[in-house]
Design a protein around this ligand. Structure first.
Ligand SMILES: Nc1ncnc2c1ncn2[C@@H]1O[C@H](COP(=O)(O)OP(=O)(O)OP(=O)(O)O)[C@@H](O)[C@H]1O
Length: 686
């Protein structure tokens, strides 16, 4: 008959783990029953051998129970081998709290850990009455993790400790089992450890493969990359680094950084972390060194990028912005004028460029508000970011909202799959220029105000909050104060936009600049042509309601009709020019082939849709234009779009492409579109 063994443990969890261990090792030779004091049993226990999980348990059990036996053993316990690797993974030198039922048990566990050779960590025993342990954020516990202080960042459960080999052999002896059985059982014990060793080796191989992969990845990057640990020892060193320092990786890894880096100032820069990046000359190469602390892992990653490469990257980004049309074209040198009012205006704008607040530019139509916006962006710290210009009056309310803030998939019929980024998202890290801001609806105004306040956007129909870093420059030729009075413009939005603001003087207040501007536009046209004094006089006498745009238009006309040598009075555009009407009317005559307001709206819709598609590198199909026309209150069937396109092509405003190429807008078409937009303003204001 098999000998009987009763195991008495404190908790059910410990009982189950120890029972499992005994069953696996001794189950073939002895019958095993296990109890936990927690379970509260009272009947008398009889067994050949009684095994207690600890001294405390023995004391408790004998106080509460009747136990009949010839042999009693208090088991010695050791770390569960399956959890050893969790401890080995804790970085060297860490301070770790050891949490157990009581202080003595914690101390005992620490002693056992040190005996097992786990000495790369500094262990501290947990005391129930102590709530804070300085500089300790990792706790380990053999099944008592719930006792760990709540502020611990990581609590590692190292499982219930199992009986050690001497306890198992003592059971064998007290149960009177054959000598040969002890050999089999110790083999079983060792097999568990070998199994663990095998798993560790597999894990080690996997880690090696992952490390090799990471090394290959960092080696494919041209930049130099290195990492150091808390003791400033180099742990990562890629090929780029080898090339920069001319030191092979094998020689660098494991060495203190100060021994490998020749320049002490770079070591200091890496050590102190006062700045994130700094310029250095490394072995004759101009480099920018970036420092990234990895707080979690107590490491610092440092990258070295050659300045010429950094320029290349910047150029690529610039090219990309240019392809998308998101680039500022003009700088302050392109703003012509020597009148004191304009010089003062430029000085103010240059100063404002350096801050990051919104700017509101006011001034009559054609005074150069957009020109100033370009120049401010180019002068600002955001000059390498995108510059996105939006003419707010060119869109209907709903279209403007989705253009500015984007939309999520399925928000409305015709919405693109996957949604669409708004212009604010596209302008991230750059500037958005909101032209004709005075024309936006109250609904869009409140959306814009939210964006300015929060510096984050939510796409139309979306829930996700997208943080953005965009500077807003707005412009208007409307009297905003009047709009605030009649409640069509929110005063809070005005104050937000007008944190910094300035007014551009109209041309009639600085007529001295007219000859200068005329010479500038002639030289830009690439022609050598003089302007008769009398013509110049006429120009000086005019009031220029359309300001510089009008002046430019008149000059373009005169250059076109002149004999090529000089502009004379006969080239001055007679009644059109002398009329006191706004320059918009002047354009109207030039583009008089659109007879009705409806026709103009149709042209606006068609040309604007084509331009947007062209700018985005997409084809503008008749069906798409037809779909868009609903937004413009000028619905056109695809068949009607075809007829209008033929008409616009005859005028030289578009070129119809074959098949998928779609229709393209010409530069004359862009001018006409600009005219139509100005017209639209007039119709809305009148
Ligand atoms: N000071 C200047 N020097 C040279 N060109 C100028 C100047 N001011 C304006 N222009 C030119 O005049 C035209 C109109 O300028 P811009 O579009 O910047 O005016 P705006 O005030 O934004 O007009 P709107 O109110 O109609 O939007 C552009 O072709 C621009 O290049």
């Amino acid at each position: 008959m098999k000998k009987s063994l009763v195991l008495i443990a404190g908790s059910v969890k410990t009982k189950e783990a120890l029972h499992h261990q005994l069953k696996q090792l001794l189950g073939d030779y002895i019958s095993i029953d296990s109890y936990a004091i927690d379970e509260g049993f009272v009947w008398p226990l009889t067994a050949d051998v009684v095994l207690y999980s600890s001294e405390v348990v023995k004391f408790e059990a004998n106080r509460k129970l009747v136990i009949e036996t010839n042999h009693s053993i208090v088991g010695k316990r050791t770390l569960h081998h399956e959890y050893i690797d969790l401890l080995l993974r804790i970085p060297s030198g860490r301070r770790v709290l050891v949490v157990n039922d009581d202080y003595d048990a914690a101390v005992e566990l620490i002693q056992s850990l040190y005996r097992l050779g786990i000495d790369h960590i500094e262990f501290f025993p947990f005391k129930k009455e102590q709530v804070f342990y300085e500089d300790i954020y990792i706790a380990i516990s053999p099944g008592e993790a719930h006792l760990a202080p709540p502020y611990m960042k990581e609590v590692i459960d190292i499982g219930v400790r199992l009986f050690d080999m001497t306890t198992v052999l003592e059971i064998v002896k007290d149960c009177g089992l054959d000598e040969s059985i002890s050999v089999i059982i110790s083999d079983r014990y060792i097999r568990n450890i070998i199994e663990l060793q095998r798993k560790l080796m597999e894990a080690e191989q996997l880690t090696k493969r992952v490390n090799e992969h990471i090394q290959n990845v960092v080696d494919t990057v041209d930049d130099g990359i290195l990492a150091i640990d808390v003791n400033e020892i180099i742990t990562v060193f890629n090929k780029g680094m080898e090339a920069i320092l001319r030191v092979p990786m094998e020689q660098a890894i494991g060495q203190p950084i100060s021994r490998i880096l020749p320049q002490q100032e770079i070591v200091e820069f890496i050590r102190t972390g006062i700045e994130d990046n700094k310029y250095f000359n490394m072995n004759g190469v101009d480099s920018v060194v970036f420092r990234f602390p990895m707080l979690q892992e107590n490491k610092i990653v440092v990258t070295f990028k050659s300045v010429s490469q950094a320029f290349e990257i910047e150029k690529t980004a610039q090219r990309e912005f240019r392809n998308q049309g998101f680039v500022a074209k003009y700088s302050f040198e392109d703003i012509i004028g020597e009148h004191a009012s304009l010089i003062a205006c430029k000085q103010v704008a240059k100063k404002l460029a350096l801050s990051d607040h919104p700017i509101l530019i006011q001034g009559e139509t054609g005074t150069g508000k957009e020109l100033f916006a370009h120049a401010i962006h180019k002068q600002s710290n955001r000059k390498n970011g995108p510059f996105v210009a939006v003419n707010c009056s060119a869109f209907t309310e709903s279209l403007l909202e989705s253009e500015l803030f984007g939309y999520e998939e399925g928000t409305f019929t015709g919405a693109k799959k996957g949604g669409k980024k708004g212009l604010f998202e596209l302008a991230d890290n750059g500037t958005i220029f909101l032209d004709e801001i005075g024309d936006i609806s109250l609904h869009v105004q409140s959306h814009l105000l939210r964006v300015l306040q929060e510096q984050e956007i939510r796409r139309v129909g979306g829930r996700k909050i997208i943080p953005i870093n965009v500077r807003v420059i707005a412009a208007t030729n409307k009297n905003i104060q009047k709009k605030i009075e009649d409640s069509s413009f929110r005063s809070d939005l005005f104050y937000r936009l007008n944190v910094l603001g300035f007014h551009i003087p109209s041309l009639r207040l600085r007529k001295q600049d007219i000859p200068l501007l005329i010479r500038h536009f002639i030289s830009k046209s690439g022609r050598w042509i003089s302007v008769e004094e009398e013509v110049m006089q006429t120009m000086m006498e005019h009031n220029w309601p359309g300001n510089i745009r009008e002046l430019k238009g008149v000059l373009d006309y005169m250059l076109a009709v002149s004999d090529g040598r000089s502009v004379t009075t006969k080239d001055v555009p007679g009644d059109r020019f002398h009329s006191s009407e706004q320059s918009r009317a002047l354009w109207h005559t030039e583009y008089n082939f659109a007879k009705t307001v409806l026709e103009m709206r149709e042209h606006l819709c068609i040309l604007e849709t084509i331009k947007r598609c062209n700018d985005a590198g997409k084809a503008a199909s008749r069906e798409y234009i037809s779909l868009q026309s609903m937004e413009y209150d000028a619905f056109l069937s695809p068949q009607q779009v075809r007829l209008r396109l033929t008409h616009l092509q005859e005028e030289g405003f578009v070129v119809k492409g074959k098949g998928r190429a779609g229709t393209k807008i010409t530069s004359a078409g862009v001018d006409y579109l600009r005219f139509l937009k100005t017209q639209q303003n007039t119709t809305t204001t009148i």
